[in-house]
Design a protein around this ligand. Structure first.
Ligand SMILES: NC(=O)C1=CN([C@@H]2O[C@H](COP(=O)(O)OP(=O)(O)OC[C@H]3O[C@@H](n4cnc5c(N)ncnc54)[C@H](O)[C@@H]3O)[C@@H](O)[C@H]2O)C=CC1
Ligand SMILES: O=C(O)C(=O)COP(=O)(O)O
Length: 534
């Protein structure tokens, strides 16, 4: 049973995937202090938050069981990502569930700002009829600067075009070609400052975007410009904005997000020319259901099959790529586990080669999976695919990954080599649709072996009677042989025998096998099998 704690308000329909699954137990506890969450967190396997819970290093350090932190939304600036990665905790988000909600809120804010709707409502609500006071401006034929042309920025731009606005887009990833296709103009920040009548920001909050819009930028803007921030507090420096509004240079601003939430700066929240909402960008019934559903389904997938789709601290892979590499995830891990048990030396160098169809795929996750399996043999078990590259670096281990379109006799083929001083060991696998995964070579011997839990790897002289001797020794110990693969380098030379057996081979039986004449070495290996196959 996996225990999930939800610490911010979340859609109940959205988390059905978790609440209806008997493998999960969901607890909802909102408004916890840091100390309260620190005391609760050790017993949980997954944590779901929105923007309110600050997932600090102290909380993460106390989280002994935690495997996943899920953000039911986009921004993960409330989560200490470094601490999570170091601890091997996967951080996921729900990147697209609230795009439309945030987009529409941005447009609502821009229109409300242009037409003074909040103040006009307040005035009429208090019994006044002040039509002259609230003359607004039109969006029609005005210039809108969009800083950050990701999911939300793009959708805002599309809709603003419907108002016949001229759009200037700024984003390091925006190409001329994409801008042209969208009917917008690719611009730099200075151009936006000089030309825009409205400026809306849609970047994440990062050290680079923190204070991106500051006094220096504001000084370059057109008098009468209006700002909208439905992304993150701090992208626009709050005090610089208040000063520019109070000086009359900036006509107004619409702010949904604050550097500190709830906000303390009354210059911002009680300013007649600044309209504010309490971080409502994602607060629609539809968005909340979608983000909760997205993270819930992904948590189920992570715990039940290992499938991760929206990890922030893992290589990004699309659902299509995930589907393609899925068959290799367990296979490559089993292969690395087996190799390590046969080699029994800490790898100094790791070489991974991908051949055939995998040449085109993003194999980062497979690489991590194999390196994790190799390193876990000697290092402690808290290594996982999230922190494995940090562990590799910390131990100054070299690794290389090569890809080759050549097929090597199989449509796809993964080869793993580990090196320690002058010694090396290699293993390779393939996946045959309809048949499953196969280990196809060990240390240069060609085999065709379906991975099984218990294995014996025997090296011996190529002389008659070896198979019979090993078989009868195992038989005397009541150990049934499932399959056997033999290979040799030359007739009468060095040979290997790989057997899958139905149960673990005890030390005493292994010693009897090792004592057989002409037998050079025998090693027993046990690899982890997915639950259903155990
Ligand atoms: N108010 C609310 O309730 C909500 C706020 N958000 C916030 O909106 C923001 C954007 O979300 P999405 O569009 O979904 O993210 P996204 O990841 O699709 O887009 C962000 C874009 O910002 C760009 N960017 C990064 N650094 C930049 C820089 N220095 N200058 C210009 N562009 C830069 C990136 O290249 C990317 O295209 C996030 O901060 C998110 O947290 C999202 C949903 C709801
Ligand atoms: O998704 C985001 O980045 C948001 O800012 C939404 O925040 P919320 O989930 O409403 O607390």
């Amino acid at each position: 049973m996996y225990k999930v704690i939800v610490t911010d308000p979340i859609s109940q329909t959205g988390i059905h995937a978790l609440t209806s699954n008997s493998n999960f137990q969901v607890t909802q506890l909102t408004d916890l202090s840091e100390a309260e969450l620190i005391s609760q967190i050790p017993e949980y396997d997954a944590l779901i938050v929105r923007s309110q819970t600050q997932v600090t290093r102290a909380i993460i350090q106390a989280a002994d069981q935690l495997r996943v932190i899920a953000r039911a939304g986009v921004g993960v600036d409330n989560i200490d990502l470094d601490a999570a990665t170091e601890k091997g905790i996967i951080v996921i988000n729900a990147p697209s569930g609230n795009t439309m909600a945030a987009t529409e809120h941005t447009l609502a804010m821009m229109l409300a700002l242009a037409r003074n709707i909040p103040r006009a409502w307040q005035s009429l609500n208090s019994g006044k009829w002040e039509r002259k006071l609230f003359k607004g401006v039109e969006l029609y034929q005005k210039t809108l600067g969009v800083v950050g042309m990701g999911r939300i920025g793009t959708e805002v731009a599309k809709r603003a075009k419907g108002f016949d606005m001229k759009i200037l887009g700024y984003d390091p990833f925006l190409t001329e070609d994409r801008a042209k296709k969208m009917g917008i103009i690719k611009a730099d920040l200075d151009t936006i400052a000089r030309e825009a009548d409205f400026i809306t920001v849609h970047t994440p909050l990062t050290p680079e975007t923190h204070g991106l819009i500051n006094a220096e930028f504001l000084a370059k803007t057109k008098p009468g410009v209006r700002f909208i921030n439905c992304a993150r507090g701090g992208i626009i420096n709050e005090q610089d904005l208040v000063d520019a509004v109070n000086s009359g240079h900036v006509a107004g601003a619409a702010i949904d997000v604050f550097e500190q939430e709830p906000p303390q700066n009354t210059g911002l929240t009680q300013n007649p020319n600044i309209i504010v909402t309490p971080h409502l960008g994602a607060s629609t019934a539809e968005a909340q259901e979608k983000v909760a559903q997205s993270v819930s389904e992904e948590i189920v997938s992570i715990f039940m099959t290992g499938g991760v789709q929206h990890a922030i601290n893992l290589p990004r892979i699309s659902a299509a790529v995930q589907q393609k590499i899925q068959p290799y995830l367990t296979l490559s891990e089993q292969m690395a586990e087996l190799l390590m048990q046969l080699f029994k030396k800490a790898p100094q160098k790791i070489k991974i080669n991908y051949y055939g169809e995998l040449f085109l795929e993003d194999t980062g996750l497979l690489t991590r999976q194999m390196i994790k399996a190799l390193l876990s043999y000697y290092l402690d078990t808290s290594i996982n695919i999230v922190n494995v590259m940090q562990v590799l670096k910390a131990h100054s281990l070299a690794y290389s990954v090569q890809k080759n379109a050549a097929h090597k006799g199989f449509t796809n083929f993964i080869e793993l080599e580990i090196i320690h001083d002058d010694e090396k060991a290699t293993i390779a696998c393939t996946y045959l649709p309809g048949f499953g995964g196969r280990i196809v070579s060990i240390n240069g011997y060609r085999i065709d072996m379906e991975p099984e839990r218990y294995l014996l790897y025997i090296s011996h002289a190529d002389v008659p009677g070896m198979i019979g001797n090993v078989g009868s020794t195992l038989g005397q110990a009541s150990i049934n042989i499932g399959s056997m693969y033999v290979g040799r380098q030359t007739i009468g030379g060095e040979a290997v025998m790989i057997l899958t057996v139905d149960r673990a081979v005890p030390e005493a039986t292994l010693k009897q096998i090792k004592d057989l004449p002409d037998l050079h070495d025998a090693q027993f290996a046990e690899i982890d099998m997915p639950q259903a196959e155990k």
